[in-house]
Ligand binder design. Sequence first.
Ligand code: MYA
Length: 216
Amino acid sequence: MKLSKKKKNKQTVFCFNVQHVLPKIFPRKPRDFSLPNSSWGKEMMELYNHYNRLTADQSVYLCCVSSGGAYLSKIIQSKARLFTRNIRDPGAAFEYVLFFRQDKLKCVCIFQAGHLLEGPPGHVHGGAIATMIDTVTGTHASLLSAPVMTANLNVNYRSPIPLGSTVLIESILDKEDGRKMYISCRVTSTDGSKLHTEATGNCPQPGESSEGPSHL
Ligand SMILES: CCCCCCCCCCCCCC(=O)SCCNC(=O)CCNC(=O)[C@H](O)C(C)(C)COP(=O)(O)OP(=O)(O)OC[C@H]1O[C@@H](n2cnc3c(N)ncnc32)[C@H](O)[C@@H]1OP(=O)(O)O
């Protein structure tokens, strides 16, 4: 870091160019969490390759690169990290990648649930499932409009998700009503045959007077 000394009222103050400091706080190349890592199982890899191939035809799907958090939030709180990306150990918690169709009306997330997400023995915690649903619906609605806040999320748990398994989380836009986005979401086995969870959510763009996600 380049520091320059200035004399002011007999005190020495250090002035530095913020651009010299920022790269230290925000790594030049943040980790791209949407890239495969060694923890990914066969199903996760197969699904990733399947959707990734579709992204070659950009009219079908676009890959959403997920770098792991809004770095601006670090200005507010230096240790801030996106909740779903806050465990460094690959495969231990939330391994996921989001894909959006070009028209963004549909989103598919492939999610491999790691061992730190245990709820009922051998199965994924309901809060972790809701977290992933919130992530998918929130990101989906944000891409459709502007950064949103989840106002309401209704979750129905239909069948438990085995720990370590890979599932599909699919969300669609049901309705758009002014600032409000109504999104529904289904969590299924990768072949779609087993329904694990269903959810609906209302994600409005925060009004000017509300404490919106301006930090995103
Ligand atoms: C580009 C993409 C990048 C994204 C990357 C991010 C990755 C991470 C993704 C992670 C994503 C994680 C996401 C998260 O986890 S977000 C964190 C969890 N959510 C919150 O903390 C939200 C807290 N609540 C608020 O801030 C405000 O209440 C909001 C902003 C929601 C609305 O306050 P605002 O003052 O702005 O507006 P309003 O009060 O006039 O309401 C507006 C409209 O909405 C209707 N309404 C309100 N509440 C409810 C309700 N409970 N059920 C049903 N409807 C409700 C209301 O009737 C009205 O409708 P209408 O009367 O106009 O018809």
